[in-house]
Design a protein around this ligand. Structure first.
Ligand SMILES: [Zn+2]
Length: 311
């Protein structure tokens, strides 16, 4: 599976197309959503339940879920957190970042059928060897998150809520806020290219740096694991005294963590197939700590935004 991902990435780069975006494993998104949902005040929770029920894919969010109405509503929210990734393989939707893509048929009540694969991340560039930095492409998570938040109370609140649920989680995965350029990562024409959020940075014993970070919250899909991890994170990380509800702040933090932690100890020439990055035990421990702290923050902030907007 990972090899397929790596291959797709290589082909994408060779074709000069838009950057791919993966994200926390769906389990990571679900843990953040579960922790956020459990903190919502009763009134907000009821409004959130009501908004999400209008989503045309609500039936999918509750597929296989058994229990009373409360349980169903909670798991609908949790499963909805991965919808934006799920539609990447859904034929009803089309990849608007591909030059040769054909638009699919409009389906009511979706406002559009685009997959918006470039809404999941923002490429803030840096280089350890002074390689020239391109301009950050748009649209991105940075341009879209404020729109999702603003849209929560509108007629398409269900659309914006489900996008926000996902992308807010994504950008707390530090590799969604960064792309690294070195002289050593080049496209087929030999031109330096960004590592696409770590997708092209090769890691020994894994595929790439982006995938390493995607999986840090775990990959066990069952409900019990998600609840256990959400409870564990909530216990280990207190709600921050000052809760930032600004996407730009979240993104800047993610970028700094990526640069200083995810690429920590990586020499400029490392991360290629010839010289893959090797994680130390210290790196593994620190990356796990950062990923868990970020997931907890994502949950507190998501609950904070929803509480403010859907009173
Ligand atoms: Zn994503």
């Amino acid at each position: 599976m990972r090899q397929i991902v790596a291959l797709c990435v290589a082909l994408t780069v060779a074709g000069g197309l838009a950057a791919p975006a993966w994200g926390w494993h769906p389990v990571g998104h679900r843990i953040i959503a579960a922790m956020a949902y459990d903190q919502l005040p009763k009134k907000t929770r009821a409004r959130v339940d009501e908004v999400i029920r209008k989503h045309p894919d609500y039936g999918k969010f509750t597929e296989g879920v058994r229990g009373d109405a409360k349980h169903m509503a909670r798991w609908a929210f949790i499963h909805a957190a991965a919808w934006a990734d799920d539609i990447k393989g859904d034929e009803r939707f089309w990849d608007d970042t591909r030059r040769d893509a054909k638009a699919t048929r409009a389906l009511q009540p979706f406002p559009e059928m685009k997959r918006h694969t470039n809404w999941h991340y923002v490429n803030l560039y840096f280089s350890p060897d002074g390689s020239p930095l391109p301009k950050t492409p748009e649209p991105s998570a940075k341009t879209q998150l404020p729109k999702m938040i603003a849209g929560l109370t509108g007629e398409l609140g269900w659309y914006h809520l489900v996008w926000l649920l996902h992308v807010e989680g994504d950008i707390h995965q530090p590799m969604h806020c960064v792309s690294r350029l070195t002289k050593h990562i080049v496209d087929r024409a030999g031109k330096p290219t960004s590592d696409l959020g770590g997708n092209l940075t090769v890691v020994d014993g894994y595929t790439n740096l982006h995938a390493v970070w995607d999986d840090l919250l775990g990959v066990t899909r069952d409900e019990a694991y998600i609840d256990w991890m959400a409870a564990r994170l909530r216990k280990a990380h207190r709600k921050p005294a000052r809760l930032s509800l600004e996407p730009d702040v979240w993104i800047d933090e993610g970028f700094a963590l990526a640069r200083d932690k995810a690429y920590a100890g990586m020499a400029a020439e490392q991360g290629t197939r010839e010289k893959p990055f090797r994680r130390t035990v210290g790196y593994e421990e620190e990356s796990l700590r950062v990923a868990q702290a970020q997931a907890a923050k994502a949950a507190y902030r998501l609950a904070g935004v929803l509480t403010e907007k859907l009173r």
